[in-house]
Design a protein around this ligand. Structure first.
Ligand code: ADP
Length: 244
């Protein structure tokens, strides 16, 4: 479902991603871990074209983008619809209700009619446990509830893959569980997901594969039991020791 070949990205002189090859099969959950600054967020943002790599190739659901060539706006627009992004800080529109936040993408980007978009938004908000909150504004919601709106909004464009960028790291500890629960449900439904997180328990329980990144490279990857219990690389061992 997702494949990247030799993705490289730099900001000025700083090389942030170096020749990243990533494969994610349909219905699988890949969790990306690694120290702060290792390039995890940039990798996700490249998959969603919020950042454009200098070179390499990304394919999602049979559409390929070759960064060696100039990309058309149309190409970028259609590729961005392949993935739904959930941000650390929710990024909801403060002046829109939960329902309006979820309807926004389909109505303005995809030109879905409002009745249809509303029906789907209500379904999605119900799915994330917020049926009672559809007409409420973000400031009236807890962080966990706001993030669940964020997940419903990302799903509203019916993306092929869901990308989660540290979705629980801005939350008070008691609110983390409700967001992880929604994510677990999505995984169970067979959604293809790439999740950057520090929640190792979630990674152990839900991930099909864990990827450890450091200094813009994938250092090691494997099933959670192998990577967490029997890491091969020194850098992985060191990182896991620090966080345990
Ligand atoms: P991680 O998610 O692993 O913490 P990031 O992908 O956020 O890592 O960042 C990797 C490196 O790229 C960091 O050194 C960060 O400061 C730098 N970086 C990220 N975004 C930008 C940007 N827009 N401009 C300049 N440097 C950036």
């Amino acid at each position: 479902m997702i494949s990247t070949q030799k993705i490289s990205k730099q900001f000025g002189d700083l090389v942030v991603l170096k020749d990243i090859d990533l494969e994610v099969e349909k219905g699988k959950v890949v969790v990306v871990i690694g120290p702060s600054g290792s390039g995890k967020t940039t990798l996700l943002r490249c998959l969603n074209l919020l950042e454009q790599p200098e070179s390499g190739l990304i394919s999602i659901d049979q559409q390929s983008i070759d960064f060696g060539k100039k990309l058309s706006k149309k190409e970028i627009r259609s590729f961005r619809k392949k993935s739904g992004m959930v941000f650390q800080t929710y990024n909801l529109f403060p002046h829109f209700t939960a329902l309006q936040n979820v309807m926004e993408g389909p109505v303005t980007v995809q030109k879905v009619n409002k009745t249809e978009a509303k029906k789907r938004a209500v379904e999605l908000l119900t799915k994330v446990g917020l049926k009672e909150k559809i007409d409420v504004f973000p400031y009236q919601l807890s962080g966990g509830q706001q993030q669940r709106v964020g997940i419903a909004r990302a799903m509203a464009i019916d993306p092929k893959v869901m990308l989660f960028d540290e979705p629980t790291s801005a939350l008070d500890p008691e609110l983390v569980g409700e967001v992880l629960l929604v994510m677990k449900d999505l995984a169970k439904e067979g959604r293809t997901m790439v999740v950057v997180t520090h929640e190792m328990k979630f990674a152990k329980e839900v991930a099909d594969e864990v990827i450890f990144m450091d200094e813009g490279k994938i250092i090691e990857r494997g099933e959670p039991v192998d990577l967490f219990e029997r890491p091969k690389e020194e850098r992985t061992k060191k990182f896991l020791n620090l966080i345990n």
